[in-house]
Design a protein around this ligand. Structure first.
Ligand code: ARG
Length: 457
């Protein structure tokens, strides 16, 4: 049965019913729908619009429906139009005419705006908790690897030596910002649309402050037209989710590269790898690849909703029903990805010697050789040129800077002395970098302490 049959003389076409119905996906927020209805009737009674007896009958009925859905005793009718109709009709069947008063002073427009907000608000919190667990795992790896030397790259070419802690620390900052974005979104979205009616408020003396506080909102929204047609918070959330995926995807790409036979910096655990049906030797980084791949899907949700919203006149339009499936899919995708990614890095093995010898082999200490000359009075531009000649010499001989004899150094520049070897040793190159944010252990330890305090706050 429809909630709105009165004005109609013909039955709805079956295809129209299916095209219009949203029960298959909005049943996901039956809990939020019932919670919102309980707050609504509680407020109606407190405002004198319903009697306390009527409220008690309705609240008991709604709680019964909630329990029965959870226990499996009540199945959500898949032929209903939407979750709002299903709950209201079941209530009327169960408690009789009093149930018909539930929808007093309410429209499905403010009801769905509320349900979606309640659902999303919890998901913002859950996403944040998953990010926090990921950050703890990253920090643990950082603490264990403040002197695990590896090459840092630019253009995917070896550039300067860093540490594994420093590399992971970069992602720590990214996911930390992602959490800040979520906190911001939560704060901005946390206003209650219920009581806005279809678009123009209602003539009942609703106490919107009360409904808002019963549902743990900071307060009621301030414009009823905006309340029923605002989907900004979903766009912001999808944007934050897209950024999280972008970060996970970059990290995944690095792990895929590091896990290759050519790099061998890491080895993904068997439990997070998959095999090939034809090539017996293969162990593939499918989880990292799927995380990278699913990023497109989450971006797609963001683009989709932005496009859905761009031409909509105020206030509610049915187009907005399209906000749900893509948002649910994006949320489930991101939560799954964060969880799996965390498990993957927690079980990953780091080949410290391979990383260290890779750092030694790519002239990653060339900048430090130039800095040595500068410290001995050579202008930087000249020093750059001299070290360029050293590198050419080494490439020709197939050796590293460290392998050159002092005579060979001196033949290119007489400024070099015995202490050049210490100045360009891998350890010195990293440990001399001590400004905040740099990879030297002393600087890194300070950042780790700051981030540890942040996680414990
Ligand atoms: N299923 C609808 C949605 O998701 C609920 C609101 C229906 N409102 C209406 N005026 N038809 O948007």
């Amino acid at each position: 049965m429809k909630l709105w049959g009165g004005r109609f003389t013909k039955e709805e076409n079956a295809l129209v019913h299916n095209f219009n119905a949203s029960i298959s996906f909005d049943q996901k927020f039956y809990k939020q729908d019932i919670r919102g209805s309980i707050a609504h009737v509680t407020m109606l009674a407190s405002s004198g619009i319903l009697t306390d007896e009527e409220k008690d009958v309705i609240v008991a009925g709604l709680n019964g429906i909630l329990n029965d859905i959870e226990s499996g005793a009540l199945e959500i009718d898949q032929t209903a139009e939407d979750i709002h109709s299903f709950v209201e009709q079941t209530l009327i069947e169960r408690v009789g005419d009093t149930g018909k008063k539930l929808h007093t002073g309410r429209s499905r427009n403010d009801q769905v705006a509320l349900d979606m907000k309640l659902y999303t608000r919890d998901e913002v919190t859950e996403t944040d908790e998953l990010l926090k667990t990921l950050l703890s795992e990253i920090l643990k790896i950082m603490k264990e690897n403040t002197t695990t030397y590896m090459p840092g790259f630019t253009h995917l070419q070896k550039a300067q030596p860093i540490t594994l802690a420093h590399h992971f620390g970069a992602y720590f900052e990214m996911f930390k910002r992602d959490r800040e974005r979520l906190a911001d979104i939560y704060k901005r979205m946390n206003y209650c649309p219920l009581g806005s009616g279809a678009l123009a408020g209602t003539t009942y003396p609703l106490d919107r402050e009360l409904t808002a506080s019963l549902l743990d909102f900071a307060g009621p929204t301030l414009n009823s037209m905006d309340s029923v047609s605002d989907r900004d918070y979903l766009i912001e959330f999808l944007s934050a989710l897209s950024t999280i995926m972008m970060h996970l995807s970059r990290f995944s790409e690095e792990i895929i590269v590091w896990n290759t036979n050519e790099y061998r910096f890491v080895e993904i655990d068997d439990s997070y790898s998959t095999g090939s049906s034809i090539m017996p030797q293969k162990k593939n980084p499918d989880i990292a690849e799927l995380v990278r791949g699913k990023t497109g899907r989450v971006y797609g949700a963001l683009m989709s909703l932005l496009t859905t919203m761009k031409g909509l006149p105020l206030a509610y339009n049915k187009d907005m029903q399209e906000d749900k499936e893509l948002t649910f899919d994006a949320i489930d995708t991101v939560k799954g990805c964060i969880g799996l990614f965390t498990g993957m890095i927690a079980t990953m093995k780091f080949n410290n010697e391979v990383m260290e010898s890779s750092a030694k082999n790519g002239f990653t200490n060339a900048t430090d050789a130039a800095d040595y000359l500068v410290n001995h009075g050579v202008p930087f531009r000249d020093a750059h040129g001299i070290v360029g000649q050293l590198v050419l010499f080494c490439i020709d001989k197939g050796i590293a800077l460290d392998d050159m004899t002092l005579e060979e150094f001196k033949a290119i520049s007489p400024v070099f002395e015995e202490d050049i070897y210490d100045a360009i040793s891998l350890k010195t190159c990293v440990e001399k970098r001590l400004t905040i944010g740099a990879p030297g252990k002393e600087a890194m330890d300070k950042v780790i302490a700051i981030n540890e305090a942040y996680l414990n706050a």
